[in-house]
Design a protein around this ligand. Sequence first.
Ligand SMILES: [Zn+2]
Length: 302
Amino acid sequence: MSRVRTVLGDVRPEELGVCDAHDHLFLRSPQLPGQELNDASAARAELTAFREAGGEAVVQWTPYGMGRRAADLMELSRATGVHLVCATGLHQAAHYDPEVLGKLRGGLAEMFVSELTGGIGTSGVRAGLIKVAGGFHTLDAHARWTMTAAAEAHRATGAPIAVHLELGTGALDVLDLLCGALGVPGHRVILGHLNRSPDPVVQRRAAESGCWLAFDGPSRAHHPTDWRMPRAVRDLAEAGYGHRLLLGGDTVVAGARSVDGGPGMPYLLRRVRERLAEAVGAELVDRILTVHPGRAFAVDWT
Ligand SMILES: [Zn+2]
């Protein structure tokens, strides 16, 4: 039976409810100094605001070594009643101390599997997805290493692989590697940040692979392309790929939280939802927020 692996245990896909399929409650990186998401009380306030806007589940894409705070996610889920899914995986090399990466050489897939099936550290929280990242219009050796390990961990567990596309680029290179060379089924791959490089031809070709297309934001950094998202979603829906779509907020820095003056997680339900309903109808938007995340993240765990 397929289940979504949340921080409080496995749930049936239909139990997720209204889901932000790509976001962050905790995240730190040397690339974002002073902007860390590292405050449990702010995370709780943001999650409460999301729940009050009608939200019922959040998938946190923060991977290994970037301050996921798995034990805190458990407490936050209990306190707010919002389902939370936590990731394993590895981001681009620039987000890590080279020594940390050195220690993972030779054992990356095993680490992913251990976090998916055994738990993250001593928290008892099991990861429910594997997050990896591509590069700008290309895949470097680090991306190939992490994606190869992700595919191995997918084969061992069934876990879905969620991909950060750098500035929205490289989708077809990622799919050639993951689904072509490494044999991961399309429906087990979720491409993130598609609105950041809004090429409708590339998006349609990616959709043809059977993967999930995740649109996220808004974000100050990606404002020049964020506004194209309703049109992109409509084009994909009209081409017959409405059933492959996901939505998220992708709150990456503290200033983006609603409780710190940004749009944050509630914006997805407060404004994105109704704007997209104008483009593709409320029924499809409701399915994108409820049925699709259940399908994208539910696994027959082995
Ligand atoms: Zn993200």
